[in-house]
Design a protein around this ligand. Sequence first.
Ligand code: NAD
Length: 253
Amino acid sequence: MTDIKQRVAAVTGAGGGIGLGIAERLARAGYQVIAMDRDAKVNEAVAILSAEGLKVQAVVLDVADEAAVKKAVADIDAQHGRLDVLVNNAGIHPKVNGERNSFMKMTTAQWNEVLGVNLTSAFVLCREVAPLMKRQRWGRIINMSSRAGRTLVDTAGIHYAAAKAGMIGMTRVIAAEVAADGITANCIAPGRIVSPMTDQGSAEQRAMLVGRIPVRRIGTPDEIGHVVQFLASEDAGYLTGTVIDVNGGTFMC
Ligand code: NAD
């Protein structure tokens, strides 16, 4: 069994929000973490964690840029010779025409942008990383879906809902194909989590949203990090092709 301290984990969208929570969790557990984000703020976030002695490395890249993704995976292989955990977390949720997300007002360009960042990038990363994991006969792929990929969420646009539901179908197919190679692939479907993506609206609107969550609070990035840590562990080897809902009970309502 490989010591966690030798394991390498790549997390996309790790410059802030949930991704940074995941990167920090894994780094504190002993992983060498590659924190990827298109925003250079990832350098600052990594500098803070590195100052504590954690093994975190920043890579500024747009996950929708296939050539940049291929180069990043090749660089990880060249530098570390392995990649044990891939967390496809980067995501966007732009408003449609600044108002309620009617699909009838959505342009194809808006649709393509969200599908490109939220779904296609994850497909490309899984495809590029799987041969490394197969080579070491061990790997953990963790894809960030959403409650909006599981059920109707009235604030989610059609592009976002389609990408997050697509993530679940895609993960199942990957899980089946690589299961015999010691690689698992699973999704996490968060409900509302504190992050810049959700830090919007008035105090009244937020209170109303919290009132709809059975546990009566918004989740934290570290709580998602905790589930990632479990899915990445040796003990989670019998868990594949599934979705873990982390939403304070909202999905059951
Ligand atoms: P966030 O906006 O706070 O963070 C997303 C990060 O991804 C940012 O640092 C951003 O720079 C990065 N990013 C965006 N596009 C990128 C690209 N093309 N290439 C590289 N990096 C890119 O969002 P968050 O709330 O932390 O969400 C993280 C993930 O969790 C997303 O996939 C989101 O859809 C999902 N999610 C979030 C919530 C929530 O309540 N916060 C709920 C369900 C699902």
